[in-house]
Design a protein around this ligand. Structure first.
Ligand SMILES: Nc1nc2c(ncn2[C@@H]2O[C@H](COP(=O)(O)OP(=O)(O)OP(=O)(O)O)[C@@H](O)[C@H]2O)c(=O)[nH]1
Ligand SMILES: [Zn+2]
Length: 346
């Protein structure tokens, strides 16, 4: 895989691999002999990681499974046995819940930026983009929407405007992943030590973009093909998750195509996404206002005044209801949040 070549060509520093004070602070004196290693690939029965010395196949203690690890995780590894001793607390974690699935699955960890990829065609779906945004906000990653296939659309600008209106200060980039210029359009989020992940439906151009970011020099069509197989419906799907080196520095994680994405436990993510509604709620007369029929409801007042989009309110309600339905009731305090109240650390 390209990541191996990229790493052996020039020994990366821990900072190049994405290490920061956040992880350094977790080291103890007794860890001195262990090697900080970043999980680069997760297979059902195998894990591999990248350290300053290159790529290594890792071994796990008998009670551990590869499902406990996400691409992008930092672990401490025994130098000789390559046994994973300990996983460091994650700065961010992307989890997904697939319809009919058993519980949330780990998609990627320690991701700085989530590129949400969609095309300027029938794939463009506001409600789905909002789900991805809620997920990114909740995980503590910065979302960026990438619009592909603008070259095949009559009015690509209309798609861009709709996407940009979904969340405050949201970056939206229109690009063709097939041309090298795509990498420079994304340079602001890709640099030494930066980790980006790609999410989006099948066929929107994620694998093409990974290839473009990795640089043509180390790519061949077979390398993209190597991580694809047919899914139940006979479609091509990217199935393995791995960390690929970006030519200009940084790392990109391709997550498998998701068709039906459910949200759960993304209350903070939804609040950030629908900030214009979240901000009105404290002005309602009742603290537990449902914003449906209550007197003195600031949300209903904004709706009447025409300052709040009724479609946004309807989608906020639907997503919030789904989130509530899917979120298990927790007995103790909610999972540890970062000091800023942002992002999950586990
Ligand atoms: N015309 C045009 N074609 C594009 C663009 N982006 C991607 N494509 C093409 O769309 C097809 C699908 O792209 P992939 O990169 O395989 O899509 P993917 O998102 O990785 O799909 P999965 O691996 O199934 O999740 C390829 O034939 C690309 O060449 C674009 O901006 N314009
Ligand atoms: Zn209200």
């Amino acid at each position: 895989m390209p990541l191996v070549e990229a790493v052996t060509a020039s020994s990366p520093s821990l900072a190049d691999l994405g290490w920061s004070e956040f992880f350094g602070d977790q080291l103890e004196a007794s860890d001195a002999n262990l090697i900080p290693t970043r999980i680069a690939m997760v297979h059902r029965d195998r894990l591999s990681g990248l350290s300053q010395t290159g790529q290594t196949d890792l071994s796990l203690a008998p009670q551990a499974t590869t499902g406990d690890y996400a691409v992008g995780d930092w672990v401490l590894v025994e130098p000789h046995s390559h046994l994973v001793q300990r996983r460091l607390t994650r700065k961010t974690v992307l989890e997904r819940r697939v319809q009919g699935g058993r519980g949330p699955q780990l998609a990627a960890a320690n991701v700085d930026t989530l590129f949400i990829v969609t095309s300027c065609n029938a794939d463009f779906n506001i409600a789905r983009l909002e789900r991805y945004l809620a997920l990114a906000n909740e995980a503590g990653t910065t979302p960026v929407i990438l619009l592909t296939k603008a070259d095949t659309a009559e009015d690509a600008e209309a798609y861009r405007k709709q996407a940009a209106a979904l969340q405050r200060e949201l970056a939206v980039v229109t690009l063709n992943p097939r041309i090298p210029g795509a990498a420079s359009a994304l340079a602001a989020w890709c640099g030494a030590g930066q980790t980006v992940a790609l999410i989006g439906s099948s066929g929107v151009g994620k694998s093409t973009l990974v290839n473009t970011l990795a640089g043509s020099a180390q790519q061949s069509p077979q390398q993209t093909g190597a991580i694809r197989e047919h899914d139940a419906k006979g479609r091509h799907t990217t199935t393995a998750r791995s960390l690929h080196a970006i030519a200009g520095g940084g790392w990109v994680i391709d997550t498998p195509g998701m068709r039906t994405l459910q949200v759960s436990d993304v209350g903070y993510g939804i609040d950030t996404l629908f900030a214009e509604i979240t901000e009105l709620a404290p002005l309602c007369k009742f603290r537990d206002c449902t914003h449906v029929h209550e007197p003195g409801c600031a949300v209903q007042a904004a709706l009447k005044a025409g300052t709040l989009d009724p479609e946004r309110l309807a989608r906020w309600r639907k997503l919030s209801d789904e989130n509530q339905h899917n979120t298990p009731v927790q007995s103790g305090p909610r999972g540890a949040k970062s000091p800023a109240g942002r992002g999950k650390r586990r």
